[in-house]
Ligand binder design. Structure first.
Ligand code: C5P
Ligand code: MG
Length: 169
């Protein structure tokens, strides 16, 4: 593709879901939330980091998290999902783009997350090397409806905007 034709801005969208499982830690945006249950998964099951990782990959058409980090690979068992996010950021940078902002929503019936908003937001901003003003973290219940509402799962959604800094590789 003619590099000069690359758009100045690209958007990306990500979504993830994990089953709730007793006895696992509840890790959201790298922050461990006090809870009697956590999320099942091959890695640390950080549903927010996974959604943001997919949004970053999607912004540049680079596939999805499972392509880069297969959940059958022993090296990712119990993995800290921060490394998935960092890898996606590196790919974005290599393609000549920089992240402008991210917005996200975690959908979880309980526990209440609002007391952890600052911690999650600041941690996400740290990993993404963004000012926290450019990081949105929102929480919703599912109004007791569906798998999330019945307390069987947790979902996260994310959108990102990336801006071209130079010609890509
Ligand atoms: O889903 P609902 O609109 O009832 O959520 C009301 C508020 O509760 C949200 O604005 C959110 O800040 C908070 N919330 C929370 N933790 C959750 C779900 C929602 O703190 N697990
Ligand atoms: Mg996931």
């Amino acid at each position: 593709m003619d590099q000069t034709a690359l758009p100045q801005f690209r958007i990306g969208q990500g979504w993830d879901t994990h089953r709730i499982e007793p006895g696992r830690p509840l890790i959201l945006g790298g922050i461990t939330i006090p809870s009697e249950f956590g999320l099942a998964g091959h890695s640390d099951a950080d549903v927010l980091f996974h959604a943001v990782t997919d949004a970053l990959l999607g912004s540049l058409g680079l596939g999805d998290i499972g392509m880069h980090f297969p959940d059958t690979a022993p090296e990712w068992k119990g993995a800290n999902s921060e490394q998935f996010l960092r890898h996606a950021m590196e790919l974005v940078s290599k393609q000549g783009y920089a992240l402008a902002n991210v917005d996200s929503t975690i959908i979880l019936e309980r526990p209440k997350l609002k007391d952890f908003r600052s911690a999650i937001r600041e941690n996400l901003a740290r990993v993404l090397a963004l000012p926290s003003e450019c990081v949105g973290v929102k929480f919703k219940t599912a109004e007791k409806v569906g798998p999330v509402g019945e307390g069987r799962s947790c979902e996260a959604q994310a959108v990102v905007l990336v801006s071209r800094t130079r010609q890509g590789v």
